[in-house]
Design a protein around this ligand. Structure first.
Ligand code: AGP
Length: 609
């Protein structure tokens, strides 16, 4: 998730841009830059660099950006590694652009523009938009707003753009599709930003821009239209949040904000990878030697390990390739037997987990190829691997992983479909059904996370429990483990995840009227058996919280509480069933008043043994 800010007024822009970007630092970024219109020189100067804002400020001492109109950006790399050249703003002729999001058809546009003579200086999708706007002006667009509008017709994907032109320095033009965009209103000066936090020090009077809208900002005013140019009106709002609250988007904790960001994160992880025309999946052009993959071994830690366990179900179900899953900390010391035909898949949100890194080294030493699935472009683990495939969850601030996990599950589904279509074990028709369910997930996820009031009430009822058992079968067993990990991590309540079929082999001794038992029981082949596990628990006065599929009118008779999730393909249901467990752990922890975003003893990335 990149940070965006624009200013147009009568004060020096650079200090305002840098101040705003500093407020966005918490989101994580790998490079930063500004473009400021210089009245004397008659053009805008772009100053940008890889690394932190301090480095940019150093560079600005040597190359000052003087002027009262400018745009600034902190980049979280998605396309194109972190580097000076890939930093924003990007310039093409008189046009400067900053961007948050992913241009899905960037490759096709790049080819089209190169064919028209455009020369590119970066690997980014963003630079393409600068060339599009420049070409629209050359082709006769009468002003910047029209040039941006015409360029938007060509672009597919998620974006928030802010555009500036040396030929029209009294104007900033911004446009929104999926990525956040807000306008700040001042007296003879106005602001554009990706987040209220960036401009709260300057103004509390804001206008939130909606999907499919663009806005022309001058010193004297703001004009909003849709992408076709039809005017839109919007009443300004007064922000009452503190700046700390604003950083969390008005949520109480980053973790809650990130739970609610999951529909967007999943949608972003799907962008450019789902090929509905051919009922196939592209792994960003990655071509694995599928015919010669005899076995896949997932290695990971913690939540990423649970994602890998779900991956095992998905890959074996769809591609019929044998899969093993190993804790990275175990794999690296068990002298694993590896050979040609083994593909090791290392899963890591941070891309910096030492156990996983060392496990990769062990795998490579034994001649295996390694695919990394990570959320941080160019982090150590993808750089160490032979191949890399990224989730696009954006920076995850909360120590307890949520949106990284669900986007990892999406990445597993994409990998499994990609492999299954190439081993021939996944039919075109089944792939089509799965892809349709995949792209429908974000709206179904939104249904669940927005229904959190019921979960909050359940959490309040069990907040004082001394323990909790999570049960699931099949691909829901890793979800039971993940639910237990979430509760442990942030509420410090002891919790265990168990394969439901294991109940009678021991854990049933734990059951009494004081123990809440969360049972994940979506419709599917193991539903009846899971219901019988519920009956075992109920017969011993255990308190049951069931996670069930919409339309299930039976499970209520076996449960004290039922949390419903929408129906979807069985293989994808873990992406929905985990959501209530994240919310349950969050609200229990909130009830207990623990430090949810930074729980005791935990680090966001475990870079030590
Ligand atoms: C999950 O909530 C924890 N923060 C932890 O288990 C984490 O998943 C684990 O440390 C692995 O981290 P990684 O995905 O960055 O490698």
């Amino acid at each position: 998730m990149c940070g965006i800010i624009g200013y147009i007024g009568n004060r020096q822009a650079t200090p305002i841009l840098i101040g705003g970007l500093r407020k966005l630092e918490y989101r994580g970024y790998d490079s930063a830059g500004v473009s400021v219109w210089n009245e004397t020189e008659g053009n805008s100067r772009v100053v940008r660099c890889r690394g932190k804002l301090a480095g940019l400020e150093e560079k600005l001492k040597a190359e000052p950006a003087v002027g009262t109109v400018g745009i600034g950006h902190t980049r979280w790399a998605t396309h194109g590694r972190p580097s000076d050249q890939n930093s924003h703003p990007h310039k093409a002729g008189p046009i400067s652009v900053i961007h948050n999001g992913i241009i899905e058809n960037h490759l096709a546009l790049r080819q089209e523009l190169a064919g028209a003579g455009a020369k590119f200086s970066s690997e980014t999708d963003t630079e393409i938009f600068a060339h599009l706007v420049e070409h629209a002006l050359i082709a006769g667009a009468p002003d910047l707003t029209t040039a941006v509008r015409r360029s938007l017709q060509k672009v597919r994907g998620s974006f928030a753009f802010v555009v500036m032109s040396d030929k029209e320095p009294g104007t900033l033009v911004a446009a929104k599709n999926s990525s956040p965009l807000v306008i700040g209103l001042g007296d003879g000066e106005n602001y554009v930003a990706s987040d209220v936090t960036a401009i709260l020090a300057e103004t509390r009077k804001v206008i939130f821009i909606d999907e499919g809208e663009m806005v022309t900002v001058t010193r004297s005013g703001v004009a909003i239209t849709d992408f076709e140019g039809n005017p839109k009106t919007r009443e300004p709002k007064m922000i009452t949040w503190s700046s700390v609250q604003a950083e969390k988007g008005g949520f109480k904790h980053y973790m809650l904000k990130e739970i609610h960001e999951q529909p967007r994160a999943v949608a972003d992880t799907l962008v450019g990878r789902v090929d509905l025309e051919n009922d196939d999946v592209s792994l960003d052009g990655l071509e694995l030697d599928v015919a010669n993959i005899k076995r896949i071994i997932f290695i990971a830690c913690g939540t990423s390990y649970h994602a890998s366990m779900v991956g095992e179900f998905l890959v074996e179900a769809m591609a019929r390739i044998p899969v093993e899953v190993d804790l990275a900390s175990e794999f690296r010391y068990r002298d694993p037997i590896l050979g040609p035909g083994d593909l090791v898949v290392a899963v890591s949100q941070s891309g910096e987990t030492l156990d996983t890194m060392e496990a990769i080294r062990e795998a490579k030493k034994k001649g295996a190829k390694v695919l990394a699935i990570s959320n941080v472009l160019e982090s150590s683990i993808p750089r160490l691997a032979d191949y890399a495939f990224y989730t696009h969850a954006g920076p995850e601030i909360g120590v307890a992983s949520t949106k990284a996990f669900t986007t990892q599950l999406v990445a597993m589904a994409l990998l499994a479909i990609h492999l299954g279509r190439r081993t021939g074990k996944l039919t075109k028709e089944r792939a089509r059904e799965l892809l349709a369910d995949l792209v429908a997930l974000p709206s179904k996820m939104r249904d669940v996370v927005e229904g959190s009031a019921q979960i909050q009430a359940i959490a309040r009822r069990y907040g004082a429990a001394n323990g909790c058992l999570f049960l699931g079968r099949g691909a829901q067993y890793p979800i039971a483990l993940e639910g237990a990990l979430k509760l442990k991590e942030i509420s410090y309540i002891h919790a265990e995840g168990y394969a439901a079929g294991e109940m009678k082999h021991g854990p049933i001794a734990l059951i009494d009227e004081h123990l809440p038992v969360v049972v994940i029981a979506p419709r599917g082949p193991s539903y009846e058996k899971t219901i019988s596990n519920l009956a075992e628990v109920r017969a011993r006065q255990g308190k049951i919280i069931a996670i069930a599929t919409r339309g299930d009118n039976d499970i209520g008779g076996h449960s004290d509480d039922v949390i419903i999730v929408p129906d979807t393909a069985l293989e994808l249901s873990p992406i929905l069933t985990v959501l209530p467990l994240q919310l349950l752990s969050y609200y229990v922890a909130d009830f207990k008043g623990t430090d949810i975003d930074q729980p005791r003893n935990l680090a966001k990335s475990v870079t030590v043994e």
